[in-house]
Design a protein around this ligand. Sequence first.
Ligand SMILES: [Zn+2]
Length: 129
Amino acid sequence: MNEQETLVIFRRWPETGDIIALFPELPSDYEGRLCDAYEHVGQHGGADYHGVVQATRPVTEEDANGLIAELTRIGYRLKPIKRVSQRVHGSRRAAARAIRNAPMCRHKHSETGVCAACSGVTFNPEAER
Ligand SMILES: [Zn+2]
């Protein structure tokens, strides 16, 4: 179980009414340009925080209840916020830097993360270039 709270901001796509959860502190790429995001349809992915915020509308926590329940069920401890400070964007980039500098895991994984067996990063950025 993840004991750490995850900052989350909920937004709604005007065309579909679907809600997206943005995790501004969690990097989705090696530069920390993108943050992790989650939607009921499509689930995990990377998102350009500012681009998504510009294209979407704010939602009340009540509107996000369904998605909050879904995320809580899969193990998140959420801390909903309305606005993201520069400090948070900075800590996402710092987290990306820490991942870049960590040793590489040689086990097989399908997703980016930290290997439970060796504490290495489970993803090789060289393979993406
Ligand atoms: Zn490993």
